[in-house]
Design a binder for this molecule. Structure first.
Ligand SMILES: [Fe+2]
Ligand SMILES: [Fe+2]
Length: 260
């Protein structure tokens, strides 16, 4: 069995401090194989927020893979956001796009769906280009037979029906279809601040979009928390843990049939 923690949208600067502390304690006690953080590490992309985020993530037990979100570009520094949007992120966490982590039982490809500027008013929505999807698929292609193939990015590639906000990812539908056809098992995302799990309606129907909630105080209809993902031979179990004010409790659970 492989187990990993999926955190998102911690938004240091506006983090839910007790929930964040409980999450680090859970990771230290439960020792998942990997911690995936799907973006929005900071509130406004400020250096002090990145410093807090990097210190906290650096102190987490075990290995981790981090991708940026739309909040991880300099919100107020428009010129820097337009010309060097991920310098601050990369100074703390390494490459914003194309990282890959594998342990033989699971292979995770990180994709940066955030942009500092776009040819539309709302630059905070997502985008994924053909090359990014192709590189992620290529990275996952070499994984061992039977190991889990995972894409991690910030914006949900397909909209969650009834979700609290949209991601409107340019190229998202096309990339989602390619990932399904390429037999990716999970696409992990954040952004909407609400956990969910749903099968994508392409290919064999066994590629799942899974969203983690937020660990910030910017809740959107779901309590602060994170996901635990456990993959066995026949199923993938997603458990959304929520901070209750005094501890972590199960908020939602999904058991998903796994591709054989
Ligand atoms: Fe967020
Ligand atoms: Fe976001």
């Amino acid at each position: 069995m492989v187990r990993f923690a999926h955190l998102s949208d911690i938004h240091f600067g506006m983090e839910n401090a007790p929930a964040v502390e409980a999450t680090a304690s859970w990771i230290a006690a439960e020792r998942p194989d990997l911690t995936v953080v799907t973006g929005d590490l900071t509130a406004f992309g400020e250096p002090a927020e990145f410093a807090s985020a990097a210190a906290w993530i650096g102190a987490l037990h075990g290995e981790r893979l981090v991708v940026p979100g739309n909040h991880d570009t300099p919100y107020l520094g428009v010129w820097e956001r337009a010309t060097r949007p991920f310098d601050r992120f990369e100074g703390s966490f390494g490459p914003a796009d194309g990282l890959c982590w594998s342990n033989g039982a699971v292979c995770v490809a990180g994709v940066n769906t955030a942009r500092g500027i776009q040819l539309r008013l709302n630059w905070s929505k997502g985008a994924i280009d053909v090359g990014q999807a192709g590189r992620a698929l290529q990275a996952l292609k070499g994984r061992r037979d039977g190991s889990l193939g995972v894409v991690a990015c910030h914006h949900p590639l397909a909209e969650m029906v009834g979700g609290p906000m949209t991601a409107r990812v340019r190229g998202g539908e096309r990339a989602a279809r390619r990932f399904c056809e390429g037999r990716v098992d999970l696409i992990l995302t954040g952004h909407i601040h609400a956990p969910f799990a749903m099968a994508l309606p392409h290919a064999d129907g066994l590629t799942y979009a899974v969203g983690a909630g937020t660990l910030s105080v910017r809740e959107r209809g779901a309590p602060a928390g994170f996901n635990v993902i456990e993959s066995a031979e026949e199923t993938i179990k997603v458990t959304a843990l929520a901070w209750t004010g005094s501890g972590l409790d199960v908020w939602r659970e999904w058991t998903l049939p796994r591709r054989r």
